[in-house]
Write a protein that binds this ligand. Structure first.
Ligand code: MRU
Length: 367
């Protein structure tokens, strides 16, 4: 994706220093573009836990690079096996909902198990981290093509009127390595000349929509409007939304979808108004071991300060201000589960399918 005309991914190996991984520290967006250096697995884990990076595919890519950094650190460790095992546990413990995290760490562990000497472990873990990034970029591009077909169909039905798409949270290139999941079809449609307009849910409490999705769309020149989280239902009732596209942190083999808190309410409103509700996701976000999302997907709970305070820019400085009575407790559930019955379709890298085990297995017969 281009920022002020310069191409960026969200994570990369530092030019000229293969011991350093660089990320965009998303806590400062859209106000400041800050690049952060990660030198060890503890810094990688911290970047995931404290949401310098976030979004399921990017969490996975960062964890993969975290395992590479752990291999570099293993030089100074007495029991290298035990160190790598601890590093994997540390990374996996940072955020519980997005399954890409465990998927990426487990891929690294499988590769490390095939190589006994450390120089080989280092080389292969770096290659795998880069491979995971490439897989993510390719999957997002294919999701874009597959989702574009749906938008093209709506465009034909609506003649030349703009297609209004509602999205929640940030499932854009900032949540991935490039292109995004939910945004990939939107960028593809915009680039192919279809007039699209995006309703961007602000996504309290961390405002990933207002801060990140709006910034991304603006950088790419896609018309959009930020809305307060409770607005979507009203817009749907008045024919102002043609489709919803969201991302996913973990989808079960039966098609239940965990995504940012508030997604479920948008799915309910979409169902009530006969509006197609699509989930765009790479297969790395599918947890093939789980069937029942409501019972089995772990839902992250974060600190109450994210609800009670709001962050913004004033006088060139990022500030946090208290919104609520200081003593009032707040609850901060990070994700909710949208049952498969509310999902019109899953847009994956292999094609679009219904949110059912049968249709998912048709696309991914190896599972
Ligand atoms: O808490 P976050 O910002 O990591 O949550 C991100 C989301 O919920 C995204 O929609 C999801 O990870 C899909 S990203 C392509």
């Amino acid at each position: 994706m281009k920022i002020n005309g310069q191409a960026f991914r969200t994570i990369w190996l530092k030019d000229g220093d293969s011991t350093c991984v660089q990320i965009i520290d998303q806590r400062f967006l859209p106000h400041r573009f800050v690049i952060e250096d990660l030198h060890n697995v503890a810094e990688a884990a911290d970047a995931i836990r404290e949401m310098h990076v976030r979004g399921a595919p990017l969490i996975g890519a960062t964890a993969a690079f975290g395992m590479y950094l752990a291999c570099l650190e293993a030089k100074d460790k007495k029991d290298k096996q035990q160190w790598l095992h601890q590093a994997a546990q540390l990374l996996k413990s940072t955020r519980p909902t997005a399954v890409d995290l465990a998927w990426a760490v487990d891929r690294q562990l499988a590769i490390l198990a095939n190589h006994s000497d450390l120089p080989n472990k280092i080389d292969h873990s770096l290659a795998e981290a880069q491979n995971i990034c490439t897989l993510s970029v390719e999957a997002c591009l294919d999701i874009g093509k597959n989702g574009l077909a749906i938008i093209q169909q709506l465009h034909t039905q609506k003649k030349d009127a703009p297609i209004n798409i509602l999205t929640h949270c940030n499932a854009g290139w900032l949540a991935c390595v490039d292109h995004g999941t939910a945004t990939a079809p939107i960028y593809a449609a915009h680039d192919s000349g279809i007039p699209v307009h995006v309703w961007v849910d602000e996504t309290r409490p961390r405002n990933q929509g207002a801060r990140l999705t709006a910034w991304e769309l603006q950088q790419h020149g896609v018309p959009h409007t930020i809305i307060a989280d409770n607005t979507g239902g009203h817009l749907m009732q008045h024919g102002m939304v043609d489709m919803v596209i969201v991302g996913s942190d973990r989808t079960t083999r039966c098609g239940d979808v965990a995504n940012k808190i508030g997604t479920y309410l948008k799915a309910l409103a979409a169902k009530d108004n006969d509006i197609p509700f699509y989930v765009a996701l790479p297969s790395s976000s599918i947890d093939w071991k789980l069937r029942d999302g409501l019972k089995e997907i772990p839902i992250e709970q974060r600190g109450d300060e994210e609800v009670k305070y709001i962050q913004g820019m004033e006088g060139g400085e990022l500030k946090s201000v208290l919104l609520s009575p200081a003593e009032s407790p707040a609850a901060n559930f990070g994700f909710d589960v949208t049952p498969a019955r509310l999902v019109t379709g899953l847009i994956t890298e292999r094609g679009v399918c219904g949110a059912t085990e049968k249709e998912l297995i048709q696309l991914f017969p190896e599972h």
